[in-house]
Design a protein around this ligand. Structure first.
Ligand code: AHR
Length: 532
């Protein structure tokens, strides 16, 4: 049995230890999950449930913004149905405006009277027309309606320090200043809050193809001069803005080394609080070929195997960070992750539109579990992307909207927001598909902010149910109830025609003197509250 006592020690260890003896294939044998309620771990920052909204395809235009005159119900141009759905999953932060788009975004094009806004070309994403009708004030209105924090990525690729500094001044300065007066004239006298500041995006590639050392030098003046003037966000206060530097993409560790080395040598004049990490699951690299519908079990297993590598990617980066920052002052921000699949047939390939299946829901749950185990270092993540792009929460088509299986995982995991990690031990067993061997089950436990105990269990095996026996040494479990998400097939999806094909159902466990028994269907994720 593997001891998952410490967040961050977890899944790689578990996989490495899946010896033939443990890798039993007896589907009827119960999986024992021992929950150690006496040893609480790190706090799971609710910001690991963040979203990413780039000016890309119909992620913003159509997905969020329909305009004030639209027949689609809206508040000041922002879709009501989408806001209601996002409020229901308590989105903690939204990263905007990119992505690659951010390093070509000039904020002044997106403020003031709509008729005067510059119309440009979105050269990164399909050469679409960018009307700039959704700009800073509209984004801030959107996050306010959703109840989220703003994560603003500033342009360091084709912009200047002065441009980024003036943008922050526009958003956060006192109404008596010139910048504040301009904001007030555009409808918002009070300073906005900017909780997170991204200093560039993928500067090793679309953000300017900089070497790691060069980026570290470019980043410092932004960290120094791009100031937040909102008095509610004074430096060193609990609400202070967190600056996030560009870090690694996949397993290229050079940015982690250079940026953390630079950070260790920083003086009073600048600092960062976060290091970005991007890792997509493609099922075989680039260009992407994995379809989002109509795939077989082999492709299902391939994607899950690759996604589980997130654990090792975080562990490798965390080890480098530990060298320079043993006190863990700088957090990892996995601010782009998720399944990146082949575009829907017939769609503009530059719009990155894909369907979202039961497989993607399991993929999301496995990653959220990994982030929870690394909660000592991972403080924020943004799944890519929120609406209509890549592994989306929500799909829209004009007035229609559908919630994806991934959305339902985010809803089921709500008790994990700001919860405390609780260590679990279990034999993961094995699910084998061709030459791919995966753990058969995964499990994490937390205490929510009200002190209630929750257990999330995933059965990766699509064909066989898993009987879980959860034990709580020293305490008697009285009941277990929650929800389970499963579907007829791994590639089952929700569509506009059949929006409820993959939705959570009520789920209960049987409490006995030895703990709680949960009968998980194949290909499922269950989240249950344990009454002790
Ligand atoms: O999410 C789509 C793109 O993926 C982002 O714009 C970029 O940062 C990454 O390469």
């Amino acid at each position: 049995m593997i001891d998952l006592v410490r967040p961050g020690a977890a899944f790689a260890l578990l996989l490495a230890s899946a010896s033939p003896a443990l890798a039993q294939n007896d589907a009827s044998a119960p999986v024992e999950v021992v929950v150690d309620t006496a040893k609480p771990g790190s706090k799971i920052d609710r910001n690991i449930f963040g979203q990413f909204a780039e000016h890309l395809g119909t992620g913003i235009y159509g997905g969020v913004w329909v305009g004030k005159d639209s027949s689609i119900p809206n508040v000041r141009g922002i879709r009501k149905d989408v806001v209601a759905a996002l409020r229901a999953i308590r989105v903690p932060n939204v990263r905007w405006p990119g992505g690659c788009f951010a390093d070509e975004y000039h904020w002044r094009h997106g403020i003031g009277a709509a008729k005067d806004r510059r119309i440009s070309i979105n050269s990164n994403w399909g050469g679409a027309t960018e009307p700039n009708t959704f700009g800073t004030d509209e984004f801030m209105d959107f996050v306010d309606q959703v109840g989220s924090e703003a994560y603003i990525s500033v342009n360091i690729g084709s912009g200047t320090v002065a441009e980024a500094a003036e943008w922050l001044e526009y958003m956060t300065a006192d109404p008596a200043t010139t910048a504040g007066k301009e904001r007030a004239a555009n409808g918002h006298a009070a300073p906005y809050k900017v909780k997170y500041l991204g200093i560039g995006n993928e500067s090793w590639s679309c953000g300017g193809a900089m070497t790691a050392d060069h980026y570290a030098d470019v980043m410092k003046p932004f960290a120094r001069f791009v100031r937040n003037y909102n008095p509610a966000q004074a430096a060193d206060s609990p609400g202070a803005m967190q600056r996030i530097a560009v870090g690694p993409g996949d397993d290229n560790l050079s940015y982690t080394e250079s940026v953390m080395k630079a950070w260790k040598a920083h003086d009073w004049a600048w600092s960062i609080e976060g290091l970005s990490l991007h890792r997509y699951t493609t099922g075989g690299g680039w260009p992407v070929t994995q379809p989002s519908t109509g795939f077989d079990e082999g492709r299902y297993a391939l994607m899950l195997k690759e996604t589980l590598g997130m654990d090792e990617t975080i562990a490798k980066n965390a080890a480098i960070m530990d060298k320079y920052d043993p006190e863990k002052k700088v957090g990892i921000a996995v601010d782009e992750w998720g399944a990146w699949l082949a575009p829907n047939p017939g769609s503009n390939p530059g719009f990155l539109q894909q369907q979202n299946s039961m497989r993607d829901a399991i993929l999301a749950a496995l990653n959220l579990n990994i982030f929870a185990r690394h909660a000592d270092r991972v403080r924020l993540t943004n799944i890519a992307q929120m609406i209509n792009v890549l592994q989306a929460m929500i799909l829209t088509d004009k007035e229609k909207m559908v919630l994806t299986p991934t959305y339902h995982i985010y809803k089921m995991y709500l008790p994990f927001q700001d919860a405390t990690y609780v260590p679990v031990r279990f034999d993961a067993g094995a699910y084998t598909q061709g030459d791919i061997k995966l753990p058969r089950v995964d499990a994490v436990a937390v205490r929510d902010t009200a002190g209630k105990l929750w257990l999330a269990v995933t059965n990766l095996d699509p064909n066989r149910p898993a009987k879980i026996v959860a034990r709580f040494p020293g305490v008697q479990a009285r009941a277990a109830r929650g929800e389970v998400l499963t579907a007829p097939r791994v590639d089952s999806v929700n569509s506009f025609e059949a929006p409820n094909a993959v939705v959570p159902r009520p789920f209960t466990g049987k409490a006995g003197k030895d703990g709680v028994t949960l009968e998980l269907p194949g290909k499922s994720v269950a989240v249950v509250q344990i009454d002790l």
